[in-house]
Design a protein around this ligand. Structure first.
Ligand code: ATP
Length: 239
């Protein structure tokens, strides 16, 4: 059984059909990347999995059970954490407090345990350690992405849904973020990654899917997707 299975998913915003009957799956331990240009429906797909958007049709199965109709908090508790696009970080909290928030849906943890786990996150993200307890921090885009990733990991998810982690970052920072994604996977967390940066998105993936105007038009191993010239020109931007 796949860890996550999407069956014939359709999502509408009023008249707009953002996702049109897509089906795909993610096996435990995999990194699967959803590629596609702006507006293809990638973010909508992640939002539907995490319960932020209600689909018009189809099914979302996690460990064989439907997630449809569950509240986002309950979906997090089941083991699905979503790191949305835009790296929302609360400016009135310290970096450590922002990271600790990620554990808020886990039951029976003491503040001490949460603090210790947040401390452990600084080993994975040493670049943000120095901001840990300061208020009034100013973080770069890459550092904000790291705080958002650390917060997502604090939920101890079985699957991490990552929306465009490379967006707006300098190439060297993109490399650092993707090295962390590879490490997260090495530690046993399954990842569903949404990316416009096809080269990076495929570099960490076991499999990729290409989404175009709400429909899956292609799927395959990263090297096969990357080897296809037409695909590269049309969907992958040749980057
Ligand atoms: P991007 O990378 O730009 O976020 P995407 O592939 O993630 O692109 P979505 O954000 O899922 O695409 O958007 C898919 C379609 O749904 C687009 O046409 C978009 O304009 C539309 N859409 C997204 N969110 C809403 C909303 N809240 N209300 C109405 N339309 C929306």
């Amino acid at each position: 059984m796949a860890l996550l299975e999407i069956r014939d998913l359709t999502v509408r915003y009023g008249e707009i059909e953002a996702v049109r009957g897509i089906s795909f799956s993610v096996e435990a331990g995999e990194v699967v990347t959803l590629l596609g240009s702006n507006g293809a429906g990638k973010s909508t797909t992640l939002k539907t999995i995490s319960g932020l958007v209600k689909p018009a049709g189809g099914e979302v199965l996690f460990e064989g059970q439907s997630l449809l109709g569950l509240k986002p908090e309950e979906i997090v508790r089941r083991g699905v954490a979503h790191v949305p696009e835009g790296r929302r970080v609360f400016p009135g909290l310290t970096v450590r407090e922002n990271i600790m928030l990620g554990a808020s849906n886990r039951k029976g943890l003491s503040t001490r345990q949460i603090k210790d786990e947040a401390e452990g996150m600084f080993e994975l993200f040493p670049d943000i350690r120095r901001f840990g307890d300061a208020l009034g921090w100013t973080l770069s885009g890459g550092q904000l992405q790291m705080v958002a990733l650390a917060r997502g990991l604090m939920a101890k998810p079985r699957i991490l849904l990552l929306d465009e982690p490379s967006l707006g970052l300098a190439p060297v920072i993109v490399q650092a973020v993707f090295a962390i994604i590879a490490e997260v996977r090495r530690r046993g967390t399954t990842v569903l990654l949404v990316e416009q940066n096809a080269r990076m998105g495929l570099s960490v993936a076991d499999r990729g899917y290409v989404l175009e105007t709400g429909q899956l038009v292609l799927s395959g191993a990263p090297q096969d997707l990357w080897a296809n010239d037409d695909i590269r020109a049309a969907y992958l931007g040749g980057r």
